[in-house]
Design a protein around this ligand. Sequence first.
Ligand code: AVI
Length: 308
Amino acid sequence: MNNFLQDVTESLAKSHKSIPSKYFYDEKGSRIFQEIMTLEAYYLPRCEMEILEQSAAAILSHFNDQNMDFIDLGAGDGSKMISFLRQVHHKLNAPSYIPMDISPEILKVNQNLIQNAIPNLDILAIPGDYFVSTHQIKQRPNPMVVMYMGSNIGNFRLEEAVEFLRFINDFLNKGDFLLMGVDLKKDPSTIQAAYNDKEGVTKKFNLNLLERINRELGANFNLDLFDHYGTYNPSSGEAQSYLISLEEQLISIAEKKYHFEKFETIHTEISRKFSLVELNDMGHESGFTWNKHFLDSKAFFSLSLFRK
Ligand code: AVI
């Protein structure tokens, strides 16, 4: 049985139904996510961009080596990094940019874009799962900055987030850095609005999961009979997304039937928000010895720099 089928059927058979959020990002889902990133309500990319532009010099002032490797995990098309990498290239003599992404196609776009913008920058693009790809650069002698941007850390459960930071910490050598883009706790209504845009793009993003299951696994979800529900809990810092069954219904996937009560939920995503204190604690817990946070003008988002 393929992984997608197995993951979907197992998680829909549970009493609290869910679908793992990594399945959002097929070709169509990735396109819809690009659209989310342009939404007025979805403030995250704009804030991160502002910090990358405004605080690049302050961030770079912590790096003393000329030949550092800047490893971008889940790099995407690289467009957000151009201005920062320009400043990296200007300040350091011989930096290398090492974008990693599961999609080889997007990495080609990344490499072309960055190379055209900064012709002399050394670039080594590595496609694949970064739990594997990081091994390929283990032998390089250069000091490292691992970059994990875009609030991706927020999509882990809390214990998984700490585990992930430990994995990065194990990979780094003493004195190396992690630079991580993190969405901060703020006025709950701002977060609530970011995951419930009036244009309906986040709804489309969630419903695409069901469409993908129909397309790839031959299921028979009727998208009109499900709605998107996004909610934010300011005490836990978790934005949660659900699909809600609007009727009692039976869905077939690979010859099995799944029963949905009216208003039964499918949990699709956690987007966790952090306080600076929580980030400090997570850094210590995962073995980092020093950290500093760089915020945008509204203090919505942090680029947090951790040193091993
Ligand atoms: C990729 N990730 C950080 C986004 C987030 O904010 O959790 C995915 C997303 N889901 C709905 N809107 C955006």
